[in-house]
Design a protein around this ligand. Structure first.
Ligand code: PBG
Length: 330
């Protein structure tokens, strides 16, 4: 047999025109893929920019309903609330964390009132309320597990009571998903879902977020005894198995872009609803490069988001949500 003079398999054939490319495109991106993280603060009728996250604002609770309504109108189905707390609101016992009157809980009610059909997601961890910035109680320099879980359960119940649809335990304590699920069931909140921050790594990419929520000056030490070692992958699979067994509905990998291998493993090995968090540092570095004219803002934004879908994500938490939805809607 003589070989043909040219390749018979020319993969470029299907790349030749926009029509052909669109026919064979394997992944798609839509505003329905986004969960939009927002920052709320005390006060009335105000907003202020987050310096390390160009384009991101902190808003007072009375302004969050309008922002949510706009996002929902663009096709973004879910919003995730983070509170900005100053040092004077932080205590060692973190009591503000489970107060129905804290700004995060008031924001839940505000959004449900403004856009009842939008899914409202919360963050469950003590760090916005803790004097030392940790996600759990600190005793003798140690972040204690079980006492923290009891407090997280109190947070979860109040959030469910305020109308949250999706609870996001982001603390990385052991046993919290099971404890929260059991408490929700016995309190009659069977329909409240849990999107567990299952594989949350001890990452330097959270820097700008800690700025945004007022935690960078609070944090003493690091989070390495509870958040995951960036070197580990098998451990993430053990965490996924455990969280599903404990009653999580959805799984999150965090950060996003540097951890897409973990996303792919979760999707392939478990076939569960899988999300990734494109965190503050990922957002900040793309924005900074774009502002310098070193990267094309819209193109890197869309490429980075599409890559989450290709890797196996069902959705992405991203600060780009409104900007990307706007582009997608044309
Ligand atoms: C804290 C929490 C963090 C983020 C979400 N929830 C920071 C941390 O663990 O220190 C980070 C989000 C981001 O960087 O965008 N429970």
């Amino acid at each position: 047999m003589t070989l043909p003079p040219f390749p018979t398999t020319r993969l470029r054939r299907l790349r030749a025109t926009p029509a052909l490319r669109s026919m064979v495109r394997e992944s798609a991106l839509s505003p329905a893929d986004f969960i939009w993280p927002v920052f709320v603060m005390e006060g009335t009728d105000a907003e202020e920019p987050v310096a390390s996250m160009p384009g991101v604002m902190r808003r007072t609770v009375d302004r969050i309903g309008a922002a949510a309504r706009e996002a929902y109108a663009m096709g973004i189905p879910a919003i995730c609330i983070f509170p900005y707390t100053t040092m004077d609101a932080r205590t060692e016992d973190c009591a503000l964390a489970w107060s129905p009157d804290n700004i995060a809980n008031r924001a839940i009610a505000e959004i449900k009132k403004a856009v009842p059909d939008m899914a409202v997601m919360t963050d469950i961890a003590l760090d916005p309320y803790n004097i030392n910035g940790h996600d759990g109680f600190v005793e003798n320099g140690e972040i204690v597990n079980d006492r923290t879980v009891e407090a997280l359960v109190k947070m979860a119940l109040v959030q469910a009571e305020m109308g949250a649809d999706i609870l996001g335990p982001s603390d990385m304590m052991d046993g919290r998903v099971g404890a929260i699920r059991t408490a929700l069931e016995s309190a009659g909140h069977q329909k409240v879902t849990i999107l567990s921050y299952t594989a949350k790594y001890a990452s330097a990419f959270y820097g700008p977020f800690r700025d945004a929520v007022g935690a960078s000056s609070a944090l003493t030490g690091d989070k390495n005894t509870y958040q995951m070692d960036p070197a580990n992958s098998d451990e993430a699979m053990r965490l996924v198995a455990r969280d599903i067994a404990e009653g999580a509905d959805m799984i999150m990998v965090k950060p996003g872009m540097p951890y897409l291998d973990i996303v792919r493993r979760v999707k392939t090995e478990f076939g569960v609803p899988t999300f990734a968090y494109q965190v503050s540092g990922e957002y900040a570095m793309m924005q900074a490069a774009a502002q310098n004219g070193w990267l094309d803002h819209d193109k890197v934004m869309m490429e980075s988001l599409m890559c989450f879908k290709r890797a196996g994500c069902d959705g992405v938490l991203t600060y780009f949500a409104p900007a990307a939805a706007k582009l997608l809607n044309g």
